[in-house]
Design a binder for this molecule. Structure first.
Ligand code: NAD
Length: 495
């Protein structure tokens, strides 16, 4: 069976730990390859290669870095289809979703192409007599990026584009469940001319992650994944003296007021809840129906669910693919099967597989009468299950969202500007959409939730990414005004 190697110092390096993990085609339920799982000693070898590369890379001229980033941009653009196919083969999402993911990752490379401008420090002249002050942004050194399964190209690019642009060496530890796209990315970094050791990939599981977050030569850690692991990475990494940004899980609400365009809101709810089989950190998992919006909205969502075509991600007619593993499918299914016992109503039951064969499929499920305290509400399900919570007023909707421990994304659907303005001000969530169901910030803003959706104080990519991947140095300089004698340039003065 094909065994996936690490990528270290500009080439593929087979694993030596003797441990491997299975990689599946979720659409067919078959194992397609295995991936090496690094030991702590192998992680240490990769970090050493990155540390060595970081010394010269830190002082590489900005013009050289920029030309490589532009080249990387061209290469990713020309290999969009290959990247999308690599995602679909191991993640299972449909090709159009995979292509969208590549496009959003490319946005981050395009942002990083502006690095000469982004790294300009500030300068204050004459802060006191003869004294100037300026700031310089230095790279931090070696950055580890630990990424989740659900965006195997986009999330690594959220991190790596800015990290290397700032002059750091990068070690990616991708999800062991869909590790192949990261190897294609690594080959594109090499082809773009990045020196060996500037972009590395080490595959693995908890052992590799723990080795990275404890390693004395890793300076910064960017993590994206579930909340319990984000908390662990943040606490362990910071205890070992690193700067850490750790983005966690989510429970995203979509509040719909009675004055909203309900047909449009239903369309948005269906694509935001069931797109990528609900395996998006910005997926809508709760519709909060306010007052009279509930019944017509529920009817509209129910009828649109019937239009969702479920099948292999590589088939052009498919709109939703399988889940990532059989175990995850079974876990998601348990929320639908347990909902009635908790007092909810199953309006659409997608718990049976709608596709013949061994693929990890579920249908779309819709639950009504869900409330806090039920597992379907309290847990991040991360699958194609949409819950409806009915509330009486906008006040109740805001209170419900603010009481939730997560604070990643939220959306409001309304035609009332005053209500939208109030919602925007009072809601305790990091990314807010008004008539936009999935408000993922563009690459020149930054991405990050609040509360249990993030640990650390810096969001990811955009300007906050540049801040995270650099250390600021402030230099105060005193040069006395030249005395007349020091202006003597050696010309005769007694003319
Ligand atoms: P996960 O937390 O299981 O895994 C993320 C990474 O952590 C992987 O690289 C994995 O190998 C590693 N890991 C897993 N268990 C570990 C352990 N015990 N110790 C150390 N490392 C460990 O997440 P996932 O299932 O791959 O991805 C889905 C989750 O990611 C969801 O909760 C989703 O909301 C979240 N997510 C969040 C964002 C965001 O921006 N906030 C974006 C995408 C995904």
């Amino acid at each position: 069976m094909d065994s996936l190697s690490h990528w270290v110092g500009g080439r593929a390096v087979p694993g030596t730990s003797g441990r491997v993990g299975p990689v599946f085609d979720p659409a067919r339920g078959v194992q397609t390859r295995e991936v090496a799982l690094a030991s702590a000693a192998e992680v240490s070898d990769v970090v050493k290669v990155a540390r060595d590369a970081s010394r010269e890379w830190a002082i590489a001229p900005l013009s050289r870095r920029t030309s490589m980033l532009f080249k990387l941009r061209e290469l990713i653009d020309s290999r969009r289809d290959d990247l999308a196919r690599a995602i679909t083969a191991e993640h299972g999402k449909v090709l159009t979703d995979a292509a969208g993911e590549v496009a959003r990752g490319l946005d981050c490379v395009e942002f990083a192409c502006g690095i000469p401008h982004l790294l300009k420090g500030a300068h204050s002249a004459e802060v006191s007599t003869g004294i100037d002050v300026h700031t310089v942004l230095h790279p931090v050194g070696v950055v580890a990026g630990i990424t989740p399964f659900n965006f195997p190209v986009m999330v690594p690019l959220w991190m790596a584009a800015n990290a290397v642009a700032c002059g750091n060496a990068f070690v990616l530890k991708p999800s062991e469940r869909d590790p192949s796209p990261s190897m294609l990315l690594a080959s594109l970094f090499a082809e773009a001319g990045f020196p060996d050791g500037v972009f590395n990939v080490v595959h693995g599981d908890a052992e590799a992650v723990n080795a990275l977050i404890e390693h004395p030569d890793v300076d910064a850690v960017s993590f994206v994944g579930s909340t319990p692991i984000a908390r662990h990475v943040y606490e362990t990494g910071t205890a070992h003296g690193k700067r850490v940004q750790a983005l966690g899980g989510a429970k995203n609400h979509m509040v719909v007021l009675p004055d909203a365009d309900l047909a449009g809101a239903a369309d948005a709810a269906v694509s935001a809840a069931y797109g990528s089989a609900g395996e998006r950190c910005m997926a809508i998992s709760v519709v909060v129906a306010v007052g009279g919006a509930a019944d017509p909205l529920l009817d509209a969502i129910t009828s649109k669910i019937g239009d969702v075509i479920i099948g292999p991600g590589d088939q052009p007619e498919s709109m939703m693919g399988p889940l990532i593993t059989a175990a995850h499918r079974d876990r998601v299914r348990s929320y639908v099967r347990g909902a009635v016992g908790e007092g909810a109503r199953v309006v659409v039951d997608g718990s049976a597989s709608p596709v013949a064969g061994d693929g990890f499929y579920l249908g779309c499920s819709l639950l009504d009468g869900v409330e806090p305290g039920m597992k379907a509400y309290d847990d991040e399900i991360f699958g194609p299950v949409l819950s409806v919570v009915r509330v009486a007023s906008l006040d109740d909707a805001i209170a419900l969202v603010n009481a939730n421990p997560y604070g990643n994304g939220v959306a409001l659907f309304t035609r009332d500007g005053g209500a939208a303005r109030r919602f925007e001000r009072e809601i305790e969530v990091g990314m807010v959409g008004v008539n936009v169901p999935i408000p993922v910030p563009v690459a020149w803003h930054s991405f990050g939730g609040w509360k249990a959706s993030i640990f650390g104080d810096t969001s990811i990519y955009g300007p906050e990414g540049i801040r995270f991947y650099t250390r600021q140095k402030v230099i105060s300089t005193r040069w006395p005004d030249p005395s007349p004698s020091s202006l003597d340039l050696g010309f005769p003065t007694n003319r």
